[in-house]
Write a protein that binds this ligand. Sequence first.
Ligand code: ISL
Length: 552
Amino acid sequence: MNKKWWKESVVYQIYPRSFMDTTGNGVGDIQGILKKLDYIKSLGVDVIWLCPIYESPNDDNGYDISHYRKISEDFGGQAAFDVLLEQMHQKGLKLVMDLVANHTSDEHHWFQEAKKSKDSPFRDYYIWRDGRNGGPPNNWTSFFSGSAWQYDDTTKQYYLHYFTKKQPDLNWDNPKVRKEIFDVVEYWFKKGVDGFRMDVISLISKPDGLPDTTFEKFQDTIVHNYANGPKIHQYLREMNQEVLSKYDIMTVGEGPGIDLKNGPLYVGEDRKELDMVFHFDHMFIDCGIGGKYDPQPFTLNQFKKVFTQWDEALKHGGWGSIFLGNHDFSRMVSRFGDDGEYHRESAKLLATLLLTMRGTVYVYQGDEIGMTNVAYPNISDYNDVETLNAWKEAEQNGQNMNAFMSIVHSQSRDNARTPVQWNDKKNAGFSTGTPWLRVNPNYTRINVAQQEEDPSSILNFYREMIAFRKANPTLVYGDYECLDGEHPQLYVYRRWDEEGDFLILHNFGDAPQTFDTDLPEEEYALIKSNSDTFASEKFSLGAWQSKILKRS
Ligand code: ISL
């Protein structure tokens, strides 16, 4: 297996609006990140991935970019950014930016020009079609509810938008568009940026003829109509050849619709496209026919299977990304752990899982202290456009809105966007003003300051686990095998190479469990656990306990 710095890295993801506000306007900023750089460094991570900080009207909180080369003044502008990059590099931290190139904001000057007339030199930067029978050109729906087409009165055509109507999709079939984007990427590399996370990169090549979808389940429409279009690999190779290959950087493509079959095509080392992708097989695990807002129960075995199958799919010449949450999903401890009685244990269990898997590890801000989902009482407390649109649609469909509110509580992206809980003071120490999104009321209990003081906190466990992974490259590169034989509550796997042989056991539940195995218990030593107080037999686990055993 080829060794690379980005394979060994632990990445810390920052959603800047919610990280730390230094101006008192209620919105996080770059100065806030600067203030907390030593904290981030103290976790032992290597890379920071910053969600978009470019100029944007914020219809989708920065994922609608109106200027690719300008840092938003809301976040402190270019000057603050330059200081951040310099200080990060001085501290040995790398910076990965977010490239949102499937779409722009409708306020980007390309779109402003494009919509003026059918003859605009920028018209072909976007995807315009005539309507069909007095309605949109096809039956596609947006990720954020409603039609994926918006009628434009000036030129009497529709434009395509997979996300909000303020996020028109770029036309990557136009070589000028590709050139523009490659130039943007190069611009940031020249400034010293160390890589890109590429937003919905799987969607950039549109299918020939934009055919109607025939699928009932939105997930299927994504896979078959929106993602992995006919020229996707051509465009990624082109980007690699033109820009990426010239720099020592890392790339991670975000990909709805990336699955076990096509995943290796994006990241195969010999294919010269991307280094890694984020697939969503475990993130969409609870989506029903109606998608994310139609949640369905899932089993631990489904969850384990995702990790096991992806490891298998990428082990020959590819590389994975290991994450359990980000700014688009509910909090990992609320979703895959227990945010009640076993909050501490289960958050540590999930940390153990993240940091003992093969792949590059991504930790989302706040997960290192076990931040949980929030449950705002009113829909007006929510900000996320996906949530608000889903709410409107449910109302129009006559759904029971009390029941829908509990779906919002479990599914809303705002669960992950509440301000970081720094201390138990006003607004959790995030801002002296009014936070753009209300702080989770549990900040008095769950916060960084309190966990700094507690040697057995979740925070200190993350530090230990990150250091442990760094000290044991077997956990980065070594082989993986799942050994629990589809146990409904245990997840047990082996990680090994010439240097070490680890057995990692997790109990995803309250009832104590014993791993039934022929492995020789006497040859194993307990190296680490998320709890000292539970089961002492090596292959036995208390509620939400994890153990790392090493074979002699
Ligand atoms: O958030 C999702 C499910 O709730 C995903 O479907 C998400 O929309 C998809 O993974 C794409 O996400 C990315 O692009 C969006 C942006 O809103 C997300 O924040 C971003 O991560 C459009 O740019």
